[in-house]
Write a protein that binds this ligand. Structure first.
Ligand code: HEM
Length: 238
């Protein structure tokens, strides 16, 4: 399938009408560079990527010590060398992940970054963008997340929160036994933790494929700036 991300007039018109439905006004030709990703988002995004890598690779090594599926993870993909080492990496990465995540969410809520960039999100918009994506024609406008991105980003944030809570229940099974019982007992919690990890890994694979397909988004995620073509949104993008 050939993905085309540039906006053709017809695509732009369709996107315009779709964006209107999402509370985003068609725009305003904005030729110059505009701030797309505020510094706080960029820093927390890259710290999160490093923390996630540590958590996943060390988590796989911990899983290998007592696998509950019929497979283990190839040791070359794991971190820590042995169970004790992997646990140390996992706890070190945990603090990075949690503190960074709290900063991102606090900033995102207080500055309305989350409200402005991930909402509104409707089933109709998801369905529309899914059909466009399947036809290989989804528009990817720098600075405006389409409905599939909004859903994926909100979904991965929820998956990471589920990872942290199920991880806490695994770490302190006695002190947090009510939480563990709520999630399905110790073995149930292990599976929830694993499934949430698998969702994050699936997200990251798709996320990286999209970055390869639309490499200019990567530059903006470092510099913060992008060039808006044809469309811009009138909602706050801070
Ligand atoms: C090396 C790995 C990664 C790369 C190269 C990468 C790249 C990017 C890029 C380029 C964007 C901007 C997309 C756009 O403007 O359309 C972005 C946004 C985002 N990425 Fe990643 N990413 C990586 C890892 C991750 C991980 C591990 C997660 C979460 C588990 C994640 C979650 C997000 C989220 C939630 C956003 C939206 C940020 C916001 O606007 O608040 N990314 N990423």
């Amino acid at each position: 399938m050939c993905y085309r991300f540039t906006l053709e007039p017809a695509g732009a018109a369709a996107l315009n009408s779709g964006l209107e439905g999402q509370g985003v006004k068609p725009a305003a030709l904005a030729g110059g560079k505009v701030l797309i990703h505020p510094l706080a988002v960029r820093i927390t995004h890259w710290v999160n990527a490093i923390a996630m890598l540590i958590m996943i690779a060390s988590g796989w090594r911990i899983y290998n010590a007592a696998p509950f599926f019929s497979f283990t993870i190839p040791p070359q993909l794991t971190l820590g060398g042995w169970l004790g080492g992997a646990l140390q990496w996992h706890f070190a990465g945990l603090w990075l992940l949690v503190i960074n995540g709290v900063i991102y969410l606090s900033y995102g809520l207080a500055s309305r970054h989350i409200a402005a960039n991930f909402f509104p999100l409707t089933l109709a918009a998801i369905w529309r963008d899914l059909r466009s994506a399947l036809r290989g024609r989804i528009a990817h406008e720098v600075g405006v997340y389409n409905a599939l991105q909004r859903m994926a980003y909100l979904g991965v944030i929820c998956a990471v929160i589920a990872l942290v809570f199920s991880g806490a229940a695994l770490w302190k099974p006695v002190q947090l036994q009510e939480l563990a019982a709520l999630i399905g007992g110790y073995e149930g919690v292990r599976r929830v933790h694993f499934v949430a990890m698998a969702l994050v890994v699936a997200f990251v694979i798709v996320h990286l494929v999209m970055v390869v397909l639309v490499p200019r988004t990567l530059i903006s995620m470092f510099s913060g700036y992008g060039r808006k073509t044809q469309l811009s949104r009138d909602t706050h993008h801070g």
